[in-house]
Ligand binder design. Sequence first.
Ligand code: 9MR
Length: 397
Amino acid sequence: MTLRRWIAVGAVAVATAAALNVAPAAAGHRHDPATQSLRDLAQRHGLYVGTAVDMAALANAAEPRYRELAGSEFSTVTAENVMKWESLEPTRGTYNWGPADELVDFARKNNQRVRGHVLVWHNQLPAWLTSGVADGSISKAELRQILRDHITAVVTHFKGKIWQWDVVNEAVSDPWDTPSTLHYKGFWAQNLGPGYLADAFRWARAADPKALLFYNDYNIEAFGSGNPADDKTQFVYDMVRDLQAKGVPIDGVGAQGHLGTQYGNFDTLQVLAALRKFAGLGLATAFTEVDVRSQITDGVEAGDSAEINPRLQASAANFSVLLKACLAERHCLSFTLWGFTDKHSWVPGAFSDPPEGLATVYDENYQPKRSYQELKADLIFAGPPYVLPRIPQRPRR
Ligand code: 9MR
């Protein structure tokens, strides 16, 4: 073959490969989709893939892999803890922005977006606030003003740097709570009544007109009975629709996605149906805290593959269900993991009887697990006509 003929053949091969959206083998390793990062593979769908970041792990020079992967595999990050009230305002009126600013800076350097987590939640509140309310030294009227000041200060501090804010987190009870009829639960509802939700979104919007404002909760990945008395997803759906009817500026609903292989969980089409229903209200959606934990038996501890393998497989299948549903709904903007390595996961610390773990996509030695490979495969093999690029959300006025 002459050189000219060889070049022509090569050009046709490249053009054909481009049309088919596959990379020619000769193009080298870099273009093999299996060697690309989650963030690069997700980009083709306009989807952001994220992780919660543990700032102590990020700062640990003895563990460089954490920082490398946090920067290279993900296009959005969430502070696992450092944007929570007890971290930001440990003493009344004195803000400690340092660790949260560090994360925002890390994100800027790595060309990542930031999910702000969290403005209003009943957990991880500073003692000065909860004890002040308990002993009556903080009145209800003052508490409302304190909440307003906190939201305003935090959103203003990060103005222009936060893509999505979790404005209110976990406001709704679970069927196992008392009373079992679903209701607004926790510190804020008890002290201010459910009107605090509308207030919080309005105050957040006033402080940053461009951030997307989310309601975030667990166990809302799929609808159940359709009765808001026992179906949390339905309760949240009705709640959000009521907020919209009142003109409250809410832009999205985040489903956390904390699943466990011991549960029934969902299939992809069920989850997709829920995302579609929320999109039908004009809302964006996101998976905000995905992990899939398993019970750790003696056999798992002892390395018995007959016990480990089914867990790893079930975990991968559940990660995949949530990602595929997200890919198939164009208003599902981001897919965030609640940590990416079993070395730094909230699960073992939170579940000890029975112990649970194995919840993330890399093992304790930073080796990718089956779940990581399945997420990649989902991103690689998705495309038209059922998977189309994201539709950006405009903040509601
Ligand atoms: O992962 C977080 C863990 O480090 C904290 O100790 C815990 C305290 O409540 O919060 C964890 O993150 C939670 C998140 O902020 C909201 N949804 C549930 C998450 C897991 O508990």
